[in-house]
Design a protein around this ligand. Sequence first.
Ligand code: PAF
Length: 278
Amino acid sequence: MRVVHTQTELIEALKILTHIAFVPTMGNLHEGHLKLIEEALKKTKHVVVSIFINPLQFNSKDDFINYPRTLDEDLLMLQKLDVPLVFAPSKEDILEPSQTIEIQLPDIANDLCGKFRPGHFNGVATIVCKLFNLIQPELAFFGKKDFQQLFLIKELVNQLSYPIHIIGIDTVRDKDGLAKSSRNNLLSEENRKKASQLFKLMHEMKDKAMQKTSSFKEIEEDAVSLLNASGWRVDYLTIRSAQSLKTPVFNENQMVILGAATLGSVRLIDNIEFCIQD
Ligand code: PAF
């Protein structure tokens, strides 16, 4: 496994790889990331993984500072998987002297998580474009846990005509249903036990939506009240069209329930896709 830290080294190392499958990460790798990499390795041996904690996508300095940094452990995991090339640039190398150009995304980037983390997705899109331009992959893998991110990356690739096939990979969960996330390690023992409530409640929302006994609005309001009453601070918990991420229109079938809520000081996100009719 080769690990490179600068753009110059990366360009050199890429000369022996073709038809690349790319997995961008911010490190602190867990089973969710490993699944993305395993799926990439099923397609080709020429897999490139990036590890970069992108300051452009954090809107809180503390969140950026507290983000877990575990490069040595991450590299050991990648070595075990036999990943041929890892790009782990410094901020100075990839964003300096100054990154004054930023990608502007469609309006839906300012809804859901974008409403609570202004500019977050523009920061994601900017680094993803830079990495796509440098690595020029044929395939790129993203987790479905970050449903809005995946949606916007697909939009970016379509609208900017990147010749890259974006592959979304199902969320990996703990036994109790909690989606794997780098943030889970920050939960207290007590809150870790509570954390699967979000996923369980989303399942109940899905069942109610399919039974059609209450309106989507009622289902959402009940779920938000319930979660807030059990000690969470809910940002949103909503049923949307899986095609547009907007409020579903009449007779729409493919839905997604998206949620973001904070437990203690840890903000968790999750989602469930479903169809109204099979
Ligand atoms: O999903 C992530 O880990 C990040 O948003 C990404 C795609 C690596 C961009 O920094």
